[in-house]
Design a protein around this ligand. Sequence first.
Ligand code: HEM
Length: 205
Amino acid sequence: MTEQIYFYPVWIRLWHAVNAVLCILLILTGLSMQYSDPDFVLINFGLAVSMHNFSGIALTISYFLFFFGNMFTANGKFYRLKVEGLSIRLWKQLRYYAYGYFVNEESPFPVSPQNKFNPLQQISYLLALYLALPLLFVTGWALLFPEFIINKLLGFSGIFLTAQLHIVMGFFISLFLIIHLYVSTMGASPLSNFKSIVTGWQKLH
Ligand code: HEM
């Protein structure tokens, strides 16, 4: 019988599902507003604005489930980065994703009760969840209440700079999502990771 670990408790699965749906809605409505064109309306502009604002507020609230969940449960330990030897570990994992996986090599960082994430997963989750996403919603809230944004910084309009940071972080999260979906297929089988995030159980591989 294949060994399995219960890696994704209910609160993570709940947060992850809500977060995934909201991120997709935010990306679609964000793109629709960014490239709005009266001659080709993908999502009605007013509707896109309302959906984007609503989803951004909901995403901020759901983020705190993730943040406090990781702070007060055992899941947080998987996000503690060991800096020593990091570049070598990242290189090993990158080489495996680009080559080793395709020639049936053993994974350099097999899943175990201590190792839920490989080094690349760990660093990408850290950057996405503890840097890009907070910057995204903080700048989003600032754009909702622009009266709180400073007028000028280094000669540039504060609103302009806030909007630029918001868009760049939105781009990073979109890129993260595409890579995240691809890499998630490289588990014990192409669908096994997707099953894990639904059932909670991860197969060892
Ligand atoms: C359709 C959208 C998505 C799908 C199908 C999906 C799929 C998955 C799968 C299969 C896993 C389990 C494998 C693993 O642990 O790496 C996972 C975990 C994870 N995903 Fe996603 N994901 C989606 C969207 C997102 C988004 C938008 C974010 C963040 C911006 C995200 C962040 C995470 C994190 C942080 C974990 C690890 C959670 C933990 O165990 O602590 N995912 N996702």
